[in-house]
Design a protein around this ligand. Structure first.
Ligand code: GAL
Length: 698
C-alpha cells in the first residue's frame, strides 16, 4: 500500500479537514423553492455557520425525469453555489424515492406487505429491496451521479439512500420470496439443515425442497418463529445489499470520498452493528420526543450505540428537529435551550456533526409542519436565533472533532436478539428489547456512569462491567465468552429472559439461562410474567425492614447453584425466593436479576455492581440530572457538562479547566450551569504542563 491508497481513515480525515471542526448544517431541499430563495439561503447559511448540507436526498425525479434522460442542470447550480460559499455537500445517491416513470413502467418494484397489499407510490421508499429492476435502475443512477460529480469541489461525503428500512423494512412479494429462498440456500446449504434449524417437525412443516418455502406471510396462526427470525435477517441483508451495491459504485468512481448512510435511532429493522463495517463514518438521525421527560436518556443510549458500532470513532448526527416534528400524534416543539442542550449532548457522546431536518421549513408536502432551521415565519424567530447561536458555538471548539470517549462499562445489545425476543407466542408480550435495555441504561445514566452499547461479539477485554438486559438470544459461543469474561475477573449483571435460545430460536436445554447458568450460579425452571401494572414487594434477606423496593412484569423460579440471594420476593407462594443474586465465579462476579425492579432498586443493584468492579462515574458527586462526558484528543481532553434539570447548579471540577465557549482563558475549578445549560471545558494540552498545572487560575 502506498501513502495515498484510499482507506476509510484517510477518507474520513479528508472530510474532517474540509469541515475544520464539528460540522453544522441540515438537509437542504432548494428544489422545493424558487431560484431567488436559494440566494437568500446561502447568505443565511453563512450567517448561521452552516458548513455541510445533505443534498438531493429526494432528487431522483428531477435528475432523471424519464428513463436514462439525466439532467444535472439544476443541482449543478446548487453544487456550484455551495462550493462558492465553502459549504460541503453530503451528496445523496438519490435512490430513496423512485420517480413516477419507474413505477409506471415497472409496477413490480412496489413492495408488498405480509397481507399481500401492494404499497402504492405517493409517499416514499416504495421499492422492494430485492427487486432486480429497482437495483438496476438505482445502480445506473448512482453511476451517473458519481461520474457527474466526482470532481466537484463541493463534494465531501456520499449519503447513500435515506434511512433504509424506515418505512419498508421487508417485502413479501414473489420476487422477495425467490430471493429469500436463495438466501436460505446460501445459509443452510441443505434443506435438512434448514428443517433442523427451523424445528419444522413441529406442526407438519418439514420441507422437501427450498422451492416450497415462502416468506412468513399472514397465516392462520403464528408462522414458524425461526422462519420469522430468518426473514428479519434476510430483510436486513436485502436492504444492506442495496446499500452495498451503491457503495461499490461510489468506491470505484470516487475512491477518496467517504460514504455514509443515515441510520434512524431505535429502528428495529436495520442492524447497525452488521452494516457498520462497510461504512467510512456512521450517521444517525435522532428525534427525541420533547413531550417525554426521559427523552434525552433514550437519545443517549442511541448515541452510545452508534458510536460503538463504529468502533468508538466519532459519528455524524445527520438529522434532528430544530423544534417540532410532524409525525407523532402530538408534536411538541423544543422549549428554549433544549435544542442546544440536546445538540451538545450528541457532541458529548461522540458526534462530529450536528445537522437538522431540514434547512427551510417546507411550504407544501407532508412535512410542512415539521420545523426547519428557517421557519415559516422567517429568520426573526426564536428557532433561527437558537440554531445560529449554536452554529457559532460549535465553531469555537474545532479541537473536539476526531476526539474519542473511553468507558469501562459495556451494555450488550443485539438486533438478532431484539427480533427474536419480540416474536409472538412468548411468555409475555410486554418484554421489549428497547425498554429492557433502557431500564438498565437509565440506571447507569443516573449513576453518572459512561456506557458503551456493544454487540455480544465485541472485544470485552477493555471493560470492567458488562450489563446484559434480557438478551433472549445468546449463542453458546457468546455465552461461553461472557462466562470467561467473569472467570477472568470481570463483573456481569444479567437480567431475566437472557440466554434463552440459540441463533435458530431453539431453547438452550437443562435449565435457563443455558449458557450463563454456571457463571451465574443459578438455574431457572419456570417464568411467571404478570399483568402490566401489578407490582410485588422485594426484601433484602435477613434485613430488619420488611421491604426493599418493588418489582413488576416478571418473576421466575430461581434455584441457587452457588449464588447467594441479594434480594428476595415477599408474599404467598414466593416468600423468600431469590429475586436478585450474586455469585463469585473464578476471579469475577456475576449478578442475576430475575424480575424488573423499580427504578431505585435497579439503580442500587447496578451501583453495587459498579462498586464491585471499581467503576466510578465520569465525574464524582454530580447532582441528579447533570450529565458529564469526556472526549479525549492527543494530549488534551474536553469535559462536557449538560444540565438536564430546570435548576441552576454549581459544579466543582476535580482539575482546573478552561471554558471553551467564552473568551475567558483563565482556568477554573468550578462552573455554574444554568437551567438546561451546557459547559464545554478544556484541559490544558500536555505541552502546557498537563491538566490544571500552570497558567493563571481564577
Ligand atoms: C427522517 C427522514 C427525513 C424527514 C425527517 C422528518 O426520518 O430521513 O427525510 O422525513 O425524518 O423528521
Amino acid at each position: 500500500m502506498n501513502d495515498t491508497t484510499p482507506t476509510p481513515a484517510r477518507r474520513v480525515a479528508a472530510l474532517r479537514a474540509r469541515l475544520g471542526g464539528i460540522g453544522f448544517g441540515a438537509d437542504y431541499n432548494p428544489d422545493q423553492w424558487p431560484e431567488a430563495t436559494r440566494t437568500e439561503d446561502l447568505k443565511l447559511m453563512t450567517e448561521a455557520g452552516v458548513t455541510v448540507v445533505n443534498l438531493a436526498i429526494f432528487g431522483w425525479a428531477r435528475v432523471e425525469p424519464a428513463r436514462d434522460a439525466y439532467d444535472f442542470g439544476y443541482f449543478d447550480q446548487v453544487m456550484d453555489d455551495l462550493a462558492a460559499h465553502g459549504i460541503t455537500a453530503d451528496l445523496a445517491t438519490m435512490t430513496a424515492a423512485p420517480p413516477p416513470w419507474l413505477v409506471t413502467e415497472h409496477p413490480e418494484v412496489l413492495p408488498v406487505t405480509a397481507d399481500g397489499v401492494v404499497l402504492s407510490p405517493g409517499g416514499r421508499q416504495h421499492f422492494c429491496p430485492s427487486s432486480p429492476v429497482f437495483r438496476d435502475r438505482a445502480a445506473r443512477l448512482v453511476e451517473a451521479v458519481a461520474t457527474h460529480y466526482r470532481d466537484h469541489p463541493a463534494l465531501g461525503l456520499w449519503h447513500v439512500g435515506n434511512e433504509y428500512g424506515c418505512h419498508v423494512a421487508e417485502c413479501f412479494c414473489d420476487t422477495s420470496a425467490a430471493d429469500f429462498r436463495r438466501w436460505l440456500g446460501e445459509r443452510y446449504n441443505s434443506v435438512d439443515a434448514l428443517n433442523d434449524a427451523w424445528s419444522t417437525d413441529f406442526w407438519s412443516q418439514r420441507y422437501a425442497s427450498f422451492d416450497q418455502i415462502l416468506p412468513p406471510r399472514t397465516a392462520p396462526t403464528y408462522p414458524n418463529p425461526s422462519q420469522q427470525l430468518d426473514f428479519k435477517r434476510f430483510g436486513n441483508d436485502a436492504l444492506r445489499t442495496c446499500f452495498e451495491t451503491e457503495t461499490a459504485i461510489l468506491r470505484r468512481i470516487t475512491p477518496d470520498v467517504p460514504v455514509t448512510t443515515n441510520f434512524l435511532a431505535g429502528l428495529k429493522s436495520v442492524d447497525i452493528y452488521d452494516w457498520a463495517p462497510t461504512m467510512d463514518v456512521l450517521s444517525l438521525d435522532s428525534y427525541p420526543d420533547p413531550n417525554r421527560d426521559q427523552a434525552h436518556i433514550g437519545a443517549a443510549m442511541s448515541y452510545d450505540t452508534i458510536r460503538c458500532a463504529g468502533g468508538g470513532e466519532p459519528w455524524l448526527l445527520t438529522e434532528q428537529a430544530p423544534s417540532a416534528v410532524n409525525w407523532r400524534s402530538r408534536n411538541a416543539g423544543k422549549t428554549p435551550g433544549d435544542m442546544r442542550l440536546w445538540s451538545w449532548q450528541a457532541v458529548a457522546q461522540g458526534a462530529d456533526a450536528i445537522m437538522y431536518f431540514q434547512w427551510r421549513q417546507s411550504r407544501g408536502g407532508a412535512e410542512k409542519f415539521h420545523s426547519g432551521m428557517v421557519p415559516h415565519a422567517g429568520v426573526d424567530t426564536r428557532v433561527f436565533r437558537e440554531v445560529s447561536e449554536l452554529g457559532g458555538e460549535l465553531a469555537r471548539v474545532p479541537e473536539l472533532a476526531g476526539t474519542r470517549i473511553h468507558n469501562r462499562v459495556a451494555l450488550l445489545s443485539d438486533w438478532h436478539s431484539w427480533w427474536a425476543l419480540e416474536l409472538d407466542s412468548h411468555p409475555s408480550d410486554a418484554v421489549r428489547h428497547l425498554d429492557r435495555a433502557f431500564d438498565h441504561y437509565a440506571a447507569l445514566f443516573d449513576l453518572g456512569i459512561g456506557v458503551d452499547v456493544v454487540h455480544p461479539s465485541a472485544d470485552l477485554s477493555g471493560y470492567d462491567l458488562v450489563v446484559v438486559p434480557s438478551l433472549y438470544l445468546l449463542s453458546a459461543e457468546h455465552g461461553a465468552k461472557l462466562s470467561r469474561f467473569v472467570a477472568d475477573g470481570g463483573s456481569i449483571v444479567v437480567s431475566f429472559f437472557s440466554g434463552i435460545v440459540d441463533e435458530h430460536d431453539r431453547v438452550h436445554l437443562g435449565g435457563y439461562p443455558g449458557p450463563l447458568r454456571e457463571a451465574l450460579g443459578v438455574s431457572v425452571q419456570e417464568f411467571w410474567p404478570t399483568d402490566v401494572g401489578r407490582t410485588f414487594a422485594l426484601r433484602t434477606p435477613g434485613a430488619a425492614e420488611p421491604e426493599a423496593g418493588a418489582a413488576d412484569l416478571w418473576r421466575e423460579d430461581v434455584t441457587l447453584k452457588g449464588a447467594r440471594t441479594e434480594l428476595e420476593f415477599v408474599g404467598p407462594h414466593w416468600e423468600g425466593r431469590p429475586a436478585a443474586t450474586v455469585h463469585s465465579y473464578g476471579a469475577g462476579t456475576a449478578r442475576y436479576i430475575a424480575t424488573r425492579p423499580d427504578v431505585a432498586t435497579m439503580r442500587t443493584l447496578l451501583a453495587r455492581a459498579c462498586a464491585d468492579a471499581a467503576v466510578d462515574p465520569v465525574l464524582p458527586n454530580l447532582p441528579a440530572g447533570i450529565q458529564a462526558a469526556i472526549r479525549r484528543g492527543e494530549g488534551y481532553d474536553v469535559l462536557i457538562l449538560l444540565n438536564h434539570t430546570g435548576s441552576i447548579h454549581d459544579i466543582e471540577l476535580p482539575t482546573a479547566r478552561r471554558d471553551l465557549l467564552t473568551d475567558d482563558h483563565r482556568l477554573t475549578h468550578r462552573t455554574t450551569l444554568a437551567p438546561r445549560g451546557v459547559a464545554v471545558l478544556g484541559s490544558l494540552p500536555t505541552e502546557h504542563g498537563g491538566t490544571g498545572q500552570s497558567l493563571e487560575t481564577e
